[in-house]
Design a protein around this ligand. Structure first.
Ligand code: G4P
Length: 194
């Protein structure tokens, strides 16, 4: 078991509806040492790629992406969720639907901050249905940037997102892949990874 899987076992809480609460260390209260370790691990995995920018989506993606960008020594760009219909031509825009929150947001990134010379590492905390990642992929592609890979802290392997992204032939690395959870017993099963 790796460091994140161990932490999920220790402090993660399984809630009904296949929801994994990690708010004591990852996306509400944040364990800074754990985040630093996540940054180092993604750097170790992707350092062969000449990353120029880390791209994520607000809100909790930013906390994961920060230590990653720091390890690579590159800027972090985060897509903003916008309800505004008056988005001007200076923005890359993608639609992101949330199955969890049952709403739809437009996410935007200023054209100033991504371009065709960029080699991007996309980072997020959770991968469930993959809508957020697909929005970020669409934005990177609109900019003509090269997507070198995608780094996820926790993938819910029983939802479709991971399969969809891997089928698109992107390099997707998830530090922990949860293949099953039981809200009654609190049991969490991880996919074995190399
Ligand atoms: P998707 O982007 O993979 O399609 O995910 P989905 O719409 O299903 O999830 C919507 C939000 O719920 C996302 O956060 C996602 O990170 C989060 N989420 C999904 N499953 C879980 C879970 O089991 N546990 C926790 N803690 N979060 C989960 P968001 O609302 O877009 O982000 P943020 O503003 O909170 O950062």
């Amino acid at each position: 078991m790796n460091f994140l899987e161990e932490r999920i076992m220790k402090d993660g809480v399984v809630k009904p509806g296949n929801v994994l609460k990690v708010d004591s260390f990852l996306n509400h209260q944040m364990d800074i040492e754990l985040l630093d370790e996540i940054g180092k691990e993604f750097h170790r995995r992707f350092k062969g790629a000449d990353i120029t920018k880390v791209l994520t989506i607000e809100a909790s993606g930013i906390a994961i992406a920060y230590p990653v960008a720091k390890e690579f020594g590159v800027p972090l760009v985060f897509a903003k969720k916008s309800k505004s219909i008056n988005i001007d031509g200076d923005m890359y825009v993608a639609d992101v639907e949330s199955f969890t929150h049952k709403n739809k947001n437009q996410v935007i990134v200023s054209k100033k901050f991504l371009n065709s010379d960029d080699r991007i590492l996309i980072v997020d905390d959770f991968l469930a249905n993959g809508c957020a990642l697909q929005g970020l992929i669409s934005i990177a592609e609109s900019a003509g940037a090269k997507i070198e890979g995608l780094g996820i802290a926790i993938e819910k392997g029983f939802q479709i997102g991971g399969r969809v992204i891997r089928n698109l032939n992107y390099r997707l690395e998830s530090l922990a892949i949860v293949d099953g959870m039981n809200a009654e017993t609190g049991e969490i099963t991880f996919r074995k990874q190399d």
